[in-house]
Design a binder for this molecule. Structure first.
Ligand code: DC
Length: 228
């Protein structure tokens, strides 16, 4: 049976397991999976590599906006992993490090950055059959998505998950530092002027603090069974 090529929009706070769920769903449905946060991380990495931050840590807005035309982003499946390609280079590992995590929310507040990435995301999802996760997917990128999910989880669980994820990649980090970085990013992401993280009225809310990976997948598959 041919599946309906619907659009699934997943939003939520940092380290809620959005990517894990989106990846699992996409695999199950044979849909495209897009981690939109990776694209903001890619721009943040470019800015770090090209000295586009002031000494006080604020982004050099004018220069960054001018540099946007020099930034090309795409995804490539390498060893079953959806890797971000920045100007021809696989930067998947670099964008997950703590240096990028510390500055990415500042980059995501810049309107012109968002306009460029949202346009690209809309093109990637133009034919449906996509699971995209981020902060503004149900509100801005795909406001007409057939299914919208908003994920939450306790701060403690999220810090623990991110710690284990980084550890499994050989990246050393302290759990209290991860926790404060998450809190800082959550605040910045939900209070910014440009498309802040919001829970849209037509999104289903799922708290996955106590759900296993399989349980959260089943929960969503059950909800969408009449849509695909
Ligand atoms: O999901 P993530 O932690 O990889 O996202 C990195 C940052 O990018 C996060 O601080 C918020 C921002 N972001 C955004 O503003 N809009 C999106 N659609 C996805 C991510």
């Amino acid at each position: 049976m041919i599946k309906k090529q619907i659009t699934i929009a997943i939003d939520g706070y940092s380290a809620c397991g959005k990517s894990t769920l989106a990846k699992d769903l996409a695999k199950k449905l044979s849909f495209i999976f897009i981690d939109s946060g990776a694209m903001y991380r890619g721009v943040a990495l470019y800015c770090l590599q090209n000295n586009l931050f002031n000494a006080d840590g604020t982004p050099k807005q004018v220069e960054i906006i001018q540099a946007l035309k020099n930034i090309t982003l795409s995804f490539q499946l390498i060893n079953d992993n959806n890797c971000l390609i920045l100007n021809g280079k696989n930067v998947e590992e670099l964008i997950r490090g703590t240096e990028v995590a510390a500055v990415v929310s500042k980059i995501a507040t810049i309107k012109e950055v968002r306009v460029k990435l949202v346009m690209k995301q809309q093109i990637m999802g133009a034919n449906g059959g996509i699971v995209m996760e981020g902060r503004d997917i149900g509100s801005v990128v795909f406001p007409k998505a057939e299914f919208k999910l908003f994920i939450t989880a306790s701060q403690e669980i999220r810090a623990q998950r991110r710690y284990l994820e980084l550890k499994s990649k050989g990246i050393e980090a302290k759990i209290n530092e991860i926790s404060s970085n998450l809190a800082e990013r959550d605040l910045m992401d939900s209070s910014r002027k440009e498309s802040p993280l919001i829970q849209v009225a037509d999104a289903i809310v799922m708290d996955n603090s106590k759900l296993t990976r399989e349980e959260q997948l089943d929960f969503v598959l059950n909800l969408i069974r009449n849509l695909v």
